[in-house]
Unconditional design. Sequence first.
Length: 234
Amino acid sequence: MRTDTTAPVVIDRREGPYGEVVLRRHGALLQIIANGCFLMDTSDGRSERLLVDAAYDALDGRPEPSILIGGLGVGFSLAHAAADRRWGRITVVERERAVIDWHRSGADAPLAGLSGAALADPRTEILHTDLVAHLSGAGSSKSTRKTYDALCLDIDNGPGWTVTEDNNSLYSPAGLASCQARLNPGGVLAVWSAQPSSAFDDALRNAGFQAVRTEEIPVARGVPDVVHLGVRAA
C-alpha cells in the first residue's frame, strides 16, 4: 500500500476564544486540527453519515423531522442531511468562526465543495455559537428556545476525549438534561465517539433516555468508532 509522504501544508491558522484551530492540506485531504488535536479530515465521511442516518432510523417516522447538528466540521453530516429530503429544518451549531468561514467565505472557500449545496438549501441554518451554551438556553427564555426531533453531536473525539475542558459538561447529568429539554417527545440524541463507552451508555440511561444502544463503524485498525443513541420518552 502506498502512503502519502508529502508534508502537511497549513492553509489557515487562527487563534480564537477556545484556542488554536488549523486547516491544513495533506496530499488530497483537508484536515482540521484544534489545539494540536486531530479532529477530522475529508478522507471518508462514513461516520458522519451514519450519525445522521442512525438518528433518523431511531425516530418514529414523523414527517419532516427537525435536526440539530453539533459541529460543522468538514461538512459531511450537514451535506448528508441536506441530501435527504425527509429531513425538515436543519440547524448546525459551530463555535469556531474559522470553520464557518472555510465553508462559506466565498466561492474559493476550501470546504465549499463539500457543503455548498447544503448551505444554499433553504432548510439549513448555521448558528455561530457554543453548543453547550445553545443547548442550555443561555441568554434566551424558555419560550424562545427551539426544540428538535434529533440532536446529532460530533464536537469531540468522544465523551471521554473532549477537545476543550469546557465540553466535559455536555456529557454530565446537567448537560444530558439540557439535551433532553431540547428534544421533542420521542426525539433522538446521537453522539459520535472514537471509541465505545459503556459508562456513557449508563449515563444516558441514568438521565432518562430510553432504547440506549451503540452502532459501530468499522475502521482500518483499532477499536471501531461508534454512535451512541438514546430516545427521549414520548
